[in-house]
Design a binder for this molecule. Sequence first.
Ligand SMILES: Nc1ncnc2c1ncn2[C@@H]1O[C@H](COP(=O)(O)OP(=O)(O)OP(=O)(O)O)[C@@H](O)[C@H]1O
Length: 337
Amino acid sequence: MPPASAPTPVPTAQPTIVARGLCKSYPGVKAVRGVDLTVHPGETFGFLGPNGAGKSTTIAMLCTLARPTAGRARVAGADVTEDPGTVRSRMGLVFQDLTVDGDLTAGENLRFHADLYGLPKRTARARTAEMLELVGLADRRNSLVRTFSGGMKRRLEIARGLLHSPQVLFLDEPTIGLDPLSRAQLWEHLHHVRKEQAVTLFLTTHYLDEAEHCDRVAIMDDGRIVTEGTPAALKAAIGTDRIRLHTTDDRAAVTALRRQFGLNATAGPDGLCTQAPDGAAFVPALCANLGIPVLSITVTSPSLDDVFLQHTGRTIRDAERTPRPAGPAGKPQRQAP
Ligand SMILES: Nc1ncnc2c1ncn2[C@@H]1O[C@H](COP(=O)(O)OP(=O)(O)OP(=O)(O)O)[C@@H](O)[C@H]1O
């Protein structure tokens, strides 16, 4: 998506992304139902949600690849609907599917992108070297991309997305399809990008651990943002620890927990689960007074999945296993935006 000319600098005191009431409907499905967002310069902002929550569609609207059916958004100072060319010149995008050309070298892929963006030759040369260094591929500049691992290709995509010095880099599920080691390495590089480049990162993920890397997170379900904040604040707002225990008689323990401590508990194949404000401090009293021998006990602090559960009534994994029905027409096949 080449812009007409090289990017023009704009003041950065404004939020990098502002969306108000952003909606996108396809025949038979409301993919995004009124998203409000403000993302500040230099932030790493994560969109967390199960498959089908509407994350990619939101990114597509912010990147000018899909036209909102209602609402407005400004990205890097320009309106996505009225001035898409300016938005494109000031943003970079790493797609969910790999788009680098395997038959070109890493350097050739970047040169092609620099030409599309109208970067002067000297700037292009300097930025290519700088970006390949940034993502740890400087020594592979002349290698054909088809010889790269999935993680290396993704890092090259990040280098390409940053080549024209965008104000914001969008990354749609940047670690999808990568093994755990490559995912961890990619995050190291993203942290490096945050430190070295004055760029806002906006990414989608359905991995809870990845959302923890973000300064702020919006949790999305069924086309809506259900809550938003720093990962620490979102988890702190839950206020209770999760206690999982095995006893000699889990069914009787459910009744005892209610009678002795006023706690609701659920019994499942993995044992009993209940919640208490300060789980670690509560464990000795629980074991002493339950009246049923406790075989094992684990206390965990709230996770972002607990945040998701509290706001939607189901875990992210459950949401992915059984998506909400899409209405009378059912979930449609994807089609061109
Ligand atoms: N081009 C399209 N045509 C029709 N329906 C679409 C289209 N794009 C998305 N949808 C539907 O919109 C809903 C949201 O999809 P979207 O891809 O935005 O979710 P997501 O949270 O990004 O999921 P994933 O993590 O799987 O990418 C889904 O029901 C999807 O089938």
